[in-house]
Design a protein around this ligand. Structure first.
Ligand code: ADP
Ligand code: MG
Length: 276
């Protein structure tokens, strides 16, 4: 299996997806270096010197040791690295589930690294859609009810909830399965319900932590096709995965080890290397 778009890019001009251009290494470096300054709103995610430590009864675990990341609207980025390298810690920070000990995190031009828990929760509900390895669906509720749940929390009236939840299910090609419960769906279909639930608030980023970790390779490909389709429609996606085959679907791969970035490769870099 190969990444879905590589072959379409015949030259080394700026890679584009739809009308948006993907960031270059130089642009990312420039935005990351402007410490203390709000990035342009086109940068969905900018982290500068992000650190997260856990105090385990006197022993300090340095999960993130100073991480600089810049992701522009409409990019599709894979985070890779061995177990324990800090991938989930980073996703929790990016997803506004946690706050760093040090460093800046700018989400859509807003400094969220210093926000109170309440403010953080509001930003999270509005801006972030999360997909996990375990689908975390309510077993006794239908696909539609599961997808409606974030809208229930947001206080959206029933008729509008139904309309938006069914539109999200259509987006993942599950319009025909709205009234099925999780145990009446395949693994791939359950994960698609979870993706629809993550999308129903129209988040500015879709975060996925090992979304194919519980799926066989054929079903993983089914899920990767859904992500590819969303990316083509303009959705910004950040996905954690161990598997090179899965990471190959993204436009950029960031590799972690021991709480640091050790490598970063884009499709353009890889094409250039292939030609060299
Ligand atoms: P990955 O997702 O790459 O496997 P994690 O981000 O989960 O890595 O973990 C990075 C490091 O931080 C590991 O050493 C892990 O044991 C530690 N860690 C993660 N979460 C916690 C926590 N809540 N409390 C203490 N240590 C943690
Ligand atoms: Mg993890």
């Amino acid at each position: 299996m190969t990444a879905h778009t590589t072959g379409e890019r015949a030259d080394d001009t700026l890679a584009t997806t739809g009308e948006h251009s993907l960031s270059t290494t130089a642009e990312r470096k420039a935005v990351v270096e402007l410490s203390g300054q709000a990035p342009d709103k086109d940068w969905v995610i900018v982290t500068r010197g992000l650190k997260r430590e856990y105090d385990m009864g006197g022993e300090i675990v340095r999960a993130l040791r100073g991480v600089d990341i810049a992701i522009r609207r409409n990019e599709y980025v894979a985070i890779m690295g061995p177990s324990g390298s800090g991938k989930s810690t980073l996703m929790n920070l990016i997803g506004c589930l946690d706050t760093p000990n040090e460093g800046e995190y700018w989400l859509n031009g807003q400094l969220v690294s210093r926000m109170s828990d309440d403010a953080l929760a509001r930003v999270r509900n509005k801006e972030i859609g999360f997909v996990f390895q375990t689908f975390n669906l309510l077993p006794r509720s239908t696909a539609l009810q599961n997808v409606e749940l974030p809208l229930v929390y947001a206080g959206v009236p029933s008729a509008e909830r139904k309309r938006r939840a069914s539109a999200a299910l259509e987006k993942v090609q599950l319009g025909e399965r709205m009234y099925h419960k999780p145990n009446e769906l395949s693994g791939g279909q359950r994960q698609r319900v979870a993706i629809a639930r993550a999308l129903v608030n129209e988040p500015s980023i879709l975060l996925a932590d090992e979304p194919t970790g519980n799926l066989d390779s054929q079903t993983s490909e089914e899920i990767m096709r859904v992500f590819a389709g969303l990316s083509t429609q303009g959705q910004t996606v950040v996905m954690v995965t161990h598997e090179p085959d899965i990471a190959a679907w993204a436009h950029r791969r960031i590799v972690f080890r021991d709480g640091r970035i050790i490598d970063e490769m884009t499709e353009l870099d890889e094409l250039a290397e292939g030609r060299a």
